[in-house]
Design a protein around this ligand. Structure first.
Ligand SMILES: *[C@@H]1O[C@H](CO)[C@@H](O)[C@H](O)[C@H]1NC(C)=O
Ligand SMILES: *[C@@H]1O[C@H](CO)[C@@H](O)[C@H](O)[C@H]1NC(C)=O
Ligand SMILES: *[C@@H]1O[C@H](CO)[C@@H](O)[C@H](O)[C@H]1NC(C)=O
Ligand SMILES: *[C@@H]1O[C@H](CO)[C@@H](O)[C@H](O)[C@H]1NC(C)=O
Length: 297
């Protein structure tokens, strides 16, 4: 019986190799990554005042797998796919931005590598003047990112019409946005802003009801800045300042792939732009699967 035991490691190795071959969504196997250009993994780079390090990466460091000719090039990053930073010019200053929920642009105000948190602000709002409209909710893929408890929602009701055609009810006056909100997005009618504490008022007046308001948008802001701001000031345009302080998101390593063992071996995880784990980027330009064998370090 003991004579059969040595076969297990071999069998296991075979199974592990078979499982590790990643596949593209076209049905072609992804080209195996065996070496990489070490310049795609700088220890740290800067964009404006923000230091960019793994698991973030600059959009300019994405690489195609060399020697493979696909209709759509298979490109990969040294870092988590969704943590791609584009360094752009805003008001002539180098500014890091990140795209969430497809094409919604957020300015990266700060990254804390100690607490794995990032502070983002909606770029449209930053440049939307003193009385900006908020065009969309926050949405993002939660494979690597999550909301944190330092945020609270600020809820906007834009372009609201009273059912009876009368003026704004007196108890809603102090929530009525009272600044120069000029944006075709808003439409005509009154607009309101509510903190979570006062959101009940909006529900009482059924602003949520279909057709009452042209747009309802709820976005996170940092509670610390919401607390220091009072409601009448918020409605008089103070909300713009609170929005410009941004909100916080936390990043983490996804538990659903082999990145854990890669990082455990001091490697950096390579991901395709389709969020597939492609291999472990080790020192001296070698790629491990799934981690960096000690002979690579
Ligand atoms: C960097 O921070 C300083 C001080 O907060 C600020 O004056 C400067 O405009 C910032 N630079 C960029 C490129 O954002
Ligand atoms: C970024 O966050 C760190 C730590 O939270 C803080 O010390 C630093 O002042 C922040 N930088 C900016 C530009 O907000
Ligand atoms: C984020 O978390 C805060 C605090 O737990 C919560 O109030 C807020 O609704 C959350 N935001 C989203 C978009 O889920
Ligand atoms: C905050 O707003 C988001 C939409 O952006 C919503 O999913 C979430 O439930 C809201 N949270 C609370 C506590 O209302």
């Amino acid at each position: 019986m003991a004579a059969h035991l040595p076969r297990f490691p071999l069998l296991l190795l075979f199974v592990v190799l078979a499982v590790h071959v990643p596949a593209s969504s076209h049905g072609y196997p992804a080209p195996p990554l065996t070496t990489y250009d070490a310049s795609m993994c700088p220890a740290s780079s800067r964009c404006g005042n923000v230091s960019i390090r793994y698991p973030f990466y600059l959009s300019t460091t994405v690489r195609d797998i060399t020697g493979y000719n696909y209709n759509t090039p298979y490109s990969y990053s040294c870092g988590y796919t969704d943590l791609k930073i584009s360094c752009q010019y805003e008001e002539l200053k180098e500014t890091p931005v990140i795209f969430l929920g497809g094409d919604h642009k957020y300015t990266v105000l700060n990254i804390s590598y100690e607490s794995s948190t990032i502070i983002l602000a909606d770029t449209d709002v930053r440049f939307g003047g003193s009385c900006p409209a908020v065009h969309h909710d926050l949405s993002f893929n939660n494979l690597w990112l999550q909301n944190t408890s330092s945020n609270e929602n600020l809820t906007f009701y834009f372009g609201c019409h009273s059912l009876l055609g009368v003026a704004v009810p007196p108890d809603l006056e102090k929530y009525k946005i009272d600044c120069n909100l000029e944006d075709p997005f808003v439409g005509d009618g009154a607009s309101f802003v509510f903190t979570p504490d006062d959101h009940g008022k909006a529900q009482e007046h059924e602003l949520d009801q279909d057709g009452r308001c042209s747009k309802v948008v709820s976005v996170p802001v940092r509670s610390e800045f919401l607390m220091t701001s009072n409601q009448p000031m918020l409605a008089r345009g103070g909300y713009a300042e609170v929005l410009r302080y941004g909100f916080e998101l936390e990043w983490y390593r996804t538990p659903t792939d082999q990145c854990d063992s890669c990082e455990g071996s001091r490697g950096k995880c390579a991901y395709s732009q389709k969020r597939e784990f492609m291999g472990c980027l080790c020192s001296n330009g070698k790629v491990g699967h799934p981690d960096c064998p000690t002979c690579y370090i």
